[in-house]
Design a protein around this ligand. Structure first.
Ligand code: ADP
Ligand code: ADP
Ligand code: ZN
Length: 209
């Protein structure tokens, strides 16, 4: 199954993608993760992306479209995939339709006030990519999976969070109407506990049997 996870920053797209991908045995394709890896490695794409990502702006469509087009050609995508954080503009969605057949879009709904708290408390593992929230860490600063010291993403600083939410409402939210019209949008309540969200996602994908 080829699936898109849509939703504002902090909605839980990454958290749910990891859980659902494990369950379905398909890869999670996160454009945010790919861009951060490129920035770290200082590749030409990474150097171009850096100024946008750090300001909380979207990286130009052509850059991310090329990334996803290449990634979907790899062997592990043959039996399906979850796109986490792509598309984020109508232009990206239209480009995607030329090289991918998407069966379902899961829209994870969370209100802005909750998102600000989710993003400011998010901690990530720079070594293995695991994601946590300070509310569940009880003061712990190391990754449960690999022991590395957790960090706060630079774009999760308060100033950048607000611009990312504005960018979401202006540029990404129109995709809700776009995919509703195509008849493949499924909204789920992203304020439920993580495990409940996973159940809701599997149910709309008809993968909970
Ligand atoms: P979050 O999970 O908090 O929504 P991501 O990790 O998906 O954030 O994305 C981080 C940043 O990477 C975005 O703010 C944006 O700058 C860039 N980015 C990721 N995906 C895209 C995309 N599809 N189009 C443009 N920019 C993107
Ligand atoms: P996204 O990929 O949509 O930006 P993440 O999956 O990174 O979102 O989650 C953002 C933050 O919210 C993380 O700190 C994560 O641990 C936390 N989080 C995710 N899902 C939930 C949930 N259902 N309830 C409470 N906190 C959550
Ligand atoms: Zn780790």
């Amino acid at each position: 199954m080829n699936v898109i996870f849509l939703g504002p920053p902090g909605a839980g797209k990454g958290t749910q993608a990891v859980r659902v991908c494990e369950r379905l045995g398909i890869p999670q394709i996160s454009t945010g993760d790919i861009l951060r890896a490129a920035m770290k490695a200082e590749t030409p794409v990474g150097l171009e992306a850096k100024s946008y990502v750090e300001k909380g702006l979207l990286v130009p469509d052509s850059v991310v479209i090329n990334i996803v087009r290449d990634r979907l050609q790899q062997d592990d995508c043959k039996n399906g995939y979850i796109l986490d954080g792509f598309p984020r503009t109508v232009a990206q969605a239209e480009a995607l339709s030329a090289f991918a057949d998407i069966q379902a879009v899961v829209d994870i709904e969370v209100a802005d006030d909750v998102l600000v708290n989710r993003l400011s408390g998010r901690r990530v593992c720079p070594a293995c990519g695991a994601t946590y929230h300070t509310a569940n860490l009880a003061g712990r600063e190391d990754c449960e999976k690999c022991g590395a010291k957790l960090i706060r993403r630079k774009d999760d600083e308060p100033e950048t969070v607000l611009s990312r939410l504005t960018v979401y409402h202006d540029q990404t939210a129109p995709l809700i109407a776009y995919y509703t019209e195509k008849g493949i949008l499924h909204a789920i309540d992203g304020t439920q506990p993580m495990e409940e969200c996973t159940k809701a996602v599997l149910a709309v994908l008809d993968a909970d049997k």
